[in-house]
Write a protein that binds this ligand. Structure first.
Ligand code: ZN
Length: 107
């Protein structure tokens, strides 16, 4: 593994951190939704429908965030967007962490 990944050396690791935070929140909302469906009272103000909409929207927003925010400072390409379309769904995140150059311009 290289000493410093591309995502780290281009100063974009915080964008990945924010993505993980949003994904964790999405998982928490899914758990709350499952509890609500099974009759556990969570809140008088938030219903099952609101929970379902929230986790679907947040899941989509976090992926869009990662796709659009991570850019190559050299060529301006968005490698996450490309990886989501071309790399296997189970390995794109690993590849994003470990790649040591931009997949477009190789810098
Ligand atoms: Zn590039």
């Amino acid at each position: 593994m290289p000493a410093r990944s591309w995502i780290g050396s281009t100063g974009q690791i915080w964008k990945l951190g924010l993505f993980y935070f949003m994904m964790l929140t999405t998982v928490a909302l899914i758990v709350a939704f499952i509890l609500a469906v099974n009759g556990a009272m969570i809140s008088n103000f938030v219903g099952r429908f609101e929970l379902a909409i929230s986790f679907v929207l947040l899941g989509v927003v976090s992926l869009v965030w990662l796709s659009l925010s991570i850019r190559c400072p050299k060529c301006g390409s968005r490698p996450v967007w490309r990886m989501l379309r071309t790399v296997d769904i189970n390995s794109w995140l690993v590849k994003l962490h470990t790649m040591n150059c931009c997949p477009e311009c190789k810098q």
